[in-house]
Design a protein around this ligand. Structure first.
Ligand code: FAD
Ligand code: SIN
Length: 547
């Protein structure tokens, strides 16, 4: 039960997935005399990164593939909304970043001749996905954590829940959406060892808090994915954008009677020849798109949703019975074991699959250096919106984006640290005294956890039923009305209760739900992952929705 012994740092990193750790390693290496503080609300490796299966999309076959092809695939998937400059940056800087993680110790599968094995996934015109069996993310996270342990100037603090960003608002200045110069001075954090909120002051803060899949009833994301970073930035009056573009992965394992965290069946299985079939055994994808099972995710997920509705089923089937069993287990040992553990032998049985919330394409709006709209605050990885993904992320582009942007945030941060640090609102020498401690006055322990758990269930249900793969105006209006009530009740609870991770996450998820519905309501068209039956076509006005 220890108080944190740090109150001030030069560099604060929130999140220990690929984005946060890549940045931390680079900053620590560049500034050996400065301390880099990495904080995470859970165990060190409990991240979306750890669960990544398919791999990392990167041009590495210089004979058949090219930057131009990867750029084009990304733009097609993004359905008109990608920032072309950013796409080019990520694709072209990708190979160098992947070499760095290989140098830090991450392994990728190789052929007998020593060349890397290249996987195929939906929307890619070439096989370019580097992977480590079907546990690529686990391997990358392992390598990053091992590298971090060797850096003496990285302090890694687990089980510390960041509650809010500290800005001039906490010094009594008026901050609203039109304030042009919101500045970040650090964070308030709930130390789960003491249950007390402490303040951590920092010159540079990087948010790498990951995705928000937990806003939905069924998701491939682990329980940490509650959109905390996005909610914090929105509360601090920073900009977030394109929140309506929630990617549903077409093939999460369907397990009868379960909800919450769903096991993923990687798209690489379809890349290797897996076929989707409906209740009648029909390979239905050819009805929907000429690329069949390897069409971009938005198209495959909508096709599955439509087949499930037509046939009144809760899942479709993924047929792998024609695979060479030995080859399957070599590439997908984790999936093979998981299926076997629930009585599915993939050489004899088809795998029941259904779409599940998977990835947030929008998030904290950044420029091409990862700077958010708030001064001294960077955002990187899934919590950010850099312009790469547009209306739909191309498979396996997110690990790549996280690494490329962690590097760019690092380059930009070095400039800030090289200059003498000034602020319009605080004297940095005296900042510890100027920034107030957290005020927990007037709060008491919540009497009933049911007030939190039931609201969470309601939120997940309404988001899944009204704001899922297919939307329309009435559903969105209903969702907003229900969110308003949940928000009102939860804010009341928040102002009168001592905070807990459950309450903080619920509050953040309600905010994220609100932002998704708001974005979806403003988008009067169907594009990429956002499909509204009241506006089934694309609008001529191609725009990001910034909130
Ligand atoms: P994460 O890895 O999710 O890390 C977030 C960190 O922030 C965690 O440490 C968390 O504890 C911390 N955090 C969050 N909130 C707080 C808070 N309030 N206070 C303190 N800490 C906080 N992408 C690909 O490119 N290829 C793939 O093959 C692939 N497969 C995937 C498979 C699955 C099952 C899933 C879920 C995702 C997959 N993705 C894949 C997407 C990709 O894994 C993620 O987008 C990426 O790993 C996100 O990395 P990140 O560093 O941004 O966030
Ligand atoms: C998968 O392996 O299918 C997930 C890949 C991704 O989300 O990019």
């Amino acid at each position: 039960n220890k108080k944190l012994n740090i109150q001030q740092t030069d560099i604060l990193v929130i999140g220990s997935g690929i984005a946060g750790l890549t940045y931390a390693l680079k900053m620590a290496d560049q500034f050996p005399d400065k301390k880099v503080l990495v904080m995470t609300k859970a165990a060190a490796d409990e991240t979306n990164t750890k669960y990544a299966q398919g791999g990392i999309a990167v041009v590495n076959d210089w004979e058949n593939d090219s930057f131009e092809k990867h750029i084009e695939d990304t733009l097609i998937a993004g359905d008109g909304l990608c920032n072309e400059e950013v796409v080019e940056i990520v694709v072209k800087e990708g190979p160098e970043r992947v070499n760095e993680i290989i140098d830090w110790g991450a392994r990728f599968d190789k052929e007998k001749d020593g060349d890397y094995k290249r996987g195929m996934e939906g929307g890619h015109s070439e096989s370019r996905i580097l992977h480590y069996k079907d546990v690529t993310g686990k391997e990358m996270e392992r390598a990053l954590i091992d590298a971090v342990k060797k850096q003496k100037n990285i302090e890694f603090v687990q089980h510390c829940f960041v509650v809010d960003l500290i800005t001039q608002h906490h010094l009594g200045y008026l901050v609203n959406k039109s304030t042009p110069d919101v500045e970040c001075f650090g964070v308030y954090v709930l130390n789960l060892a003491t249950n007390k909120i402490e303040k951590i002051l920092s010159k540079i803060t990087l948010l790498a808090t990951g995705g928000n899949g937990q806003v939905y009833r069924t998701t491939t994301n682990p329980s940490i994915a509650t959109g905390d970073g996005v909610a914090m930035v929105y509360r601090a009056k920073g900009r977030v954008e394109n929140m309506e573009f929630i990617q549903f992965h077409p093939t999460a394992l369907y397990e009868y009677g379960t909800s919450g965290h769903a096991f993923l069946i990687t798209e690489a299985v379809r890349g290797d020849g897996g076929i989707l079939r409906n209740k009648h055994g029909e390979a239905f994808m050819e009805k929907y798109d000429e690329r069949k099972d390897l069409a971009p995710r938005d198209i495959v997920a909508r096709a599955i949703d439509s087949e499930m509705k037509i046939n009144g089923t809760e899942h479709v089937w993924l047929d792998c019975r024609h695979f060479d069993k030995e080859k399957f287990t070599e590439h997908f040992p984790n999936i093979f074991e998981k299926c076997l553990s629930i009585g599915i032998d993939i050489s004899k049985d088809m795998i029941p699959v259904a779409p599940a919330a998977h990835y947030s394409c929008g998030g904290i709006k950044t420029d091409e250096w990862g700077q958010s709209s708030i001064k001294n605050l960077y955002a990187c990885g899934e919590c950010s919106s850099t312009g790469l993904h547009g209306a739909n992320r191309l498979a396996s582009n997110s690990l790549l984006e996280a690494m490329v942007f962690a590097h760019r945030c690092f380059l930009d941060s070095t400039k800030i640290l090289a200059e003498s640090f000034t602020s319009s609102f605080v004297n940095w020498q005296n900042i510890e005294k100027e920034i107030p401690d957290w005020n927990a006055g007037g709060t008491s322990e919540p009497k009933e956890m049911i007030l939190i758990t039931q609201s969470l269930k309601e939120l997940q249900l309404l988001m899944s039923d009204y704001v899922g793969i297919v939307r329309n105006d009435i559903r969105l209006q209903r969702a907003m009305r229900r969110l308003d009530l949940l928000w009102e009740e939860t804010e009341k609870l928040y102002s009168s209760s001592t905070v807990s991770p459950q309450l903080l996450e619920l509050r953040n998820m309600i905010t994220v739900g609100y932002l998704i519905v708001k974005g979806a309501t403003f988008r009067k068209e169907s594009r990429g992952l956002h499909f509204n039956t009241d506006y089934p076509d694309k609008s001529w006005l191609v725009q990001n929705i910034v909130l």
